[in-house]
Design a protein around this ligand. Structure first.
Ligand code: 3PG
Ligand code: MG
Length: 400
């Protein structure tokens, strides 16, 4: 893997008074009363922000929030995020009501060394996602240097992710970006074995390439959540009304066959928590996969599965986990996922987790500090582990 430019390459001592455009990923859940519900992505960006501000840079933070599709929409304003960042940073954070134009320029003109501003949502401009040259030009003109710290958005070839650093030769990866690439890169390098992957979430779709790329490296593959249903269905189990992907049965069969051929142990759920109605459950029972009653659907892994998975996790020296094992957002069907989070704390090796719900589960279980690396990227970490070159990483490599 090529080396990334780091903040040290920016020559911190010379940054005083220099305007640095910092692409962060502050795409965080916001409550109806406009509060940040999970500040993980903000907290993880603090080292870069503090270091740049401490060096006297004029720190210009830019992010997207949600998918407002090129239109200004108060629901997707970053203003509440600026307030939360202000609290976390313990110093005044300014806010600019637009990411380009006079509104942004006026705020930046007033700033002195060490000050921080958060610009309004980049995606209020359709040109951001299209990486339109004129827009990238406008953003780049706000600053003299660039720091890319939005690992969570590094798989998007958007203006602020690639167009701006292409235009600012003084550029580097932020501390978070560097940490993400190092930790995830470790999984693709020479991971200590046994190497286990625990994959959950609703679907195989979106994870196939990751599975394909990891499979030859894995000793253990643990599958849960909706995606495990597709594997169970591929093995011939009738899962009642459970959700699965009928068009992915061949993919699932092929993965199982290849795992078997190279001696990778695959653990599928041995028992399932099934319910009659997800919205308004009247009857919830735990059954073996061959005994799912007609009309009932799997919503979590059962106790036996949790035990078997926990034991496997306890054997791993390297572990990657993405995706909940049940309908995590609907307690009590979050129990299996929570228990896995607990089990992870006992994993003696290097563990990496990614994806919003997985990170939330680990935080709720109070074991985040026992995890080797908590990735701020969901899609980005999966694409990285699929072996793809992320545009937002490539643009920060040395010698480009
Ligand atoms: C994410 O939360 O996955 C990243 O911020 C990227 O967001 P996107 O999927 O809307 O591009
Ligand atoms: Mg996403």
């Amino acid at each position: 893997m090529a080396d990334l430019l780091t903040l040290d390459d920016l020559d911190l001592a010379s940054l005083s008074g220099t305007r640095v455009f910092v692409r962060v990923d502050f795409n965080v859940p916001i409550s109806d009363d406009h509060r940040v519900m999970d500040a993980t992505r903000l907290e993880e960006a603090l080292p870069t922000i503090r270091e740049l501000a401490g060096a006297g840079a004029i720190v210009i933070l830019a992010s997207h929030l949600g998918r407002p599709k090129g239109k200004r929409d108060a629901l997707y304003s970053l203003r509440p995020v600026a307030a939360e960042l202000d609290r976390l940073l313990g110093k005044g954070v300014r806010f600019a009501g637009d990411c380009v134009g006079e509104e942004a320029e006026a705020v930046i003109r007033e700033m002195g060394p060490g000050e921080v501003v958060l610009l309004e949502n980049l995606r209020f401009h359709a040109a951001e996602e299209k990486n339109e040259p004129a827009f990238a030009e406008q953003l780049a003109a706000l600053a003299e240097a660039y720091a890319g710290d939005a690992f969570g958005a590094a798989h998007r070839a958007h203006a602020s992710v690639v167009g701006v650093p292409e235009r600012l030769p003084r550029k580097a990866a932020g501390r978070l970006m560097a940490r993400e690439v190092e930790a995830l890169g470790r999984l693709l390098g020479e991971p200590e074995r046994p190497f286990a992957a625990l994959l959950g979430g609703a679907k195989i779709e979106g994870k196939i390439d990751t599975l394909e790329n990891l499979l030859p490296r894995l000793d253990l593959l643990l599958l849960g959540g909706g995606m495990a249903n597709t594997f169970l269905a591929a093995l011939g189990f009738d899962l009642g009304a459970s959700l699965f992907e009928p068009d992915r049965l061949d993919v699932a069969r092929d993965i199982l066959a290849r795992a078997r051929a190279r001696g990778t142990e695959v653990l599928l759920p041995r028992d399932l928590v099934v319910t009659d109605d997800l919205e308004n459950p009247q009857r919830t029972i735990t059954v073996a996969p061959e005994r799912v009653p007609a009309g009932m659907k799997a919503v979590d892994v059962g106790a036996e599965t949790r035990k078997a998975f926990a034991a496997a996790v306890g054997r791993a020296r390297t572990l990657f986990w993405n995706g909940p094992l049940g309908v995590f957002e609907k307690p009590p069907f979050d129990a299996g996922t929570r228990e896995m989070a607990q089990a992870l704390a006992a994993c003696p090796g290097f563990s990496v987790i990614g994806g919003g719900e997985t990170v939330a589960a680990v935080k709720q279980a109070g074991v985040a500090d026992k995890i080797g690396h908590v990735s701020t990227g969901g899609g980005a970490s999966l694409e990285f582990l699929a072996g793809r070159t992320l545009p937002g990483v490539a643009v920060l490599e040395k010698g480009r």
